[in-house]
Design a protein around this ligand. Structure first.
Ligand SMILES: NC(=O)c1ccc[n+]([C@@H]2O[C@H](COP(=O)([O-])OP(=O)(O)OC[C@H]3O[C@@H](n4cnc5c(N)ncnc54)[C@H](O)[C@@H]3O)[C@@H](O)[C@H]2O)c1
Length: 481
């Protein structure tokens, strides 16, 4: 496909129209009594991959009026998959959405008919897509991580506040019962005093480490220029890897494998951190670390490492003392880079936990063998039995607000647009969670311990680390100002 017909000239014209003007007014009349029972008009940017499942989370309750993808084949497949979803639910096929390759064109043509937009593009293009939607006054639900640089996270958070829209990040654990239970158990003394937290994942399950680029033609129907978005224009390439290092998904950087590249993804940490670190962030009182220590396999300027071990130094909060949160990812010589198994965790439970978290207290451990903290349990078993008994007889206190749509952040967001309320991973929460996660990447890219001054948004001890806070450049015309 030739690069978008939505020309730069036209884009600049509309940017100029937006620049300096207040954000368009969101459709706030939907909220409260006026909105009850209303079906929203929603759009999906990044229709293939995760976007396809995000659409399915809301499509039975709301109208999907537009879908956007830079890969025409994926766009058409996503539209068909949505139709099939309705048919499988014994519903008639929904009206077909308008299909676009360029979200700026969609907003330009259909902006007035759209209430909210879900964004599930690769990490590097969340910021731009979200800023464009804000400029048009749209409520936004953005996949995790919110952005892949800390500067973008903060700018997006500021802009969303100014636009007064309903925001959400797509970290499903934040809507789940398990994360709330784990916090309440810890605060109600079920493991004694919380002392330390250990987190891990088997990701990356895509190539990372030292990878070259092999120029190849752009596949038919794929708009590489639009995919790159604001990042520097360069020839389309495949990952240049020996056969033994190739993943079963092939060697293409799109879809999926962009995760390992600093320019477009955020490595294993950025991919899984907003899930696995979510419960930790909430339990520790949503504080930002002051120092991060790092060890990792070899990195390059291009790609994240094959394994990482981090130590986040977390300050005290009103609820918890200062403590260390450790993060381990990847594998070393084929062996998962997991923390040591505590004696009280059963071997089979431990072996199944390819990702997970341990909240280690003076008298026990809250253990979750997956990414979302959906099914936490307590070791030793007697403590778990006591906690479950307390939950049954009403002595366990439910202090955390519950989600109206557990497991479904997209529907929670839509629910709040219609009925009022605040999504659990609204940007006041998720911008800080993403910053917590991405600080690890500053340490990885610096290859040394960093100290963080959050007020100044600055690494204070390694000047070179500060170059990674903000993208080095934006292609002209892409950055809404
Ligand atoms: N919450 C979760 O559990 C979860 C799971 C998977 C992925 N994700 C997140 O979702 C996002 C997408 O991940 P994925 O695995 O689906 O990636 P992917 O590469 O498989 O799919 C991304 C889709 O976006 C399209 N796209 C790229 N640039 C675009 C643009 N400028 N405009 C419109 N469409 C564009 C691509 O063509 C592709 O179809 C990432 O940020 C990822 O971290 C979240």
């Amino acid at each position: 496909m030739a690069s978008s017909i939505y020309s730069r000239r036209r884009f600049l014209r509309s940017t100029a129209a937006l620049t300096g003007s207040a954000f368009a007014v969101p459709n706030l009349l939907l909220r409260g009594q006026d909105g009850a029972g209303k079906r929203l008009n929603l759009a999906q940017i990044g229709a293939g991959g995760k976007g396809q499942s995000d659409t399915s989370y809301v499509t039975l309750e709301h109208n999907i009026v537009a879908m956007v993808d830079v890969d025409q084949d994926r766009l058409e497949k996503a539209a068909k998959a949505r139709e099939k979803y309705h048919l499988n639910a014994n519903q008639p096929a929904p009206p077909a959405p308008k299909l676009y390759n360029d979200y700026r064109k969609m907003l330009d043509e259909m902006g007035k008919d759209i209430d909210g937009v879900m964004i599930a593009t690769p990490d590097h293009s969340h910021f731009l897509a979200a800023m464009w939607c804000l400029k048009h006054g749209k409520h936004i639900c953005v996949q995790k991580p919110l952005c892949n640089t800390i500067w973008e996270v903060r700018e997006l958070h500021k802009a969303a506040k100014e636009a007064k829209v309903i925001t959400q990040m797509g970290n499903q654990g934040r809507t789940m019962e398990g994360q709330r239970m784990a916090k309440e158990w810890i605060e109600q003394g079920r493991i004694g005093k919380l002392q330390e937290i250990k987190l891990w994942t088997n990701r990356p399950i895509w190539p990372q480490g030292i990878i070259g680029k092999k120029p190849v033609p752009v596949p038919a129907g794929f708009d590489w220029d639009l995919w790159l978005a604001s990042t520097p224009l360069e020839p389309h390439f495949d990952l240049d890897l020996p056969p033994e290092k190739q993943s079963k998904r092939g060697t293409s950087v799109h879809p999926f494998a962009w995760r390992g590249w600093w320019q477009w993804g955020s490595g294993a940490l950025g991919d899984m951190g907003c899930h696995i670190m979510d419960a930790t962030f909430n339990i520790l009182g949503q504080v930002i670390p002051t120092k991060i220590e790092v060890e990792s396999s070899e990195i390059s300027d291009l790609c994240a490492p094959q394994w990482t071990s981090l130590k986040y130094h977390m300050p005290a909060s009103a609820k918890q003392d200062a403590m260390i949160v450790s993060w381990n990812d990847g594998s070393k010589d084929g062996v998962p880079n997991k923390p040591a198994k505590p004696d009280m965790i059963k071997q089979d439970t431990w072996d199944k936990a390819t990702s997970g978290m341990m909240f280690i207290g003076s008298e026990g451990i809250v253990f979750e063998g997956d990414a979302y903290c959906e099914h936490p349990r307590i070791f030793p078993e007697e403590r778990f039995t006591e906690a479950r008994k307390a939950m049954g007889d009403g002595t366990h206190k439910k202090t955390e607000p519950r989600s109206p749509t557990p497991g479904n952040p997209q529907l929670e967001w839509a629910h709040c647009i219609v009925n009022g309320g605040t999504p659990g991973s609204n940007f006041d929460y998720s911008a800080a969670l993403t910053e917590f996660v991405l600080l690890g990447n500053l340490a990885i890219r610096s290859q040394q311990a960093i100290s963080w001054d959050k007020e100044a948004m600055k690494v204070t001890n390694v000047e070179a680390a500060n170059q990674f806070i903000k993208r080095a450049s934006y292609r002209p015309g892409w950055l809404p100002v």
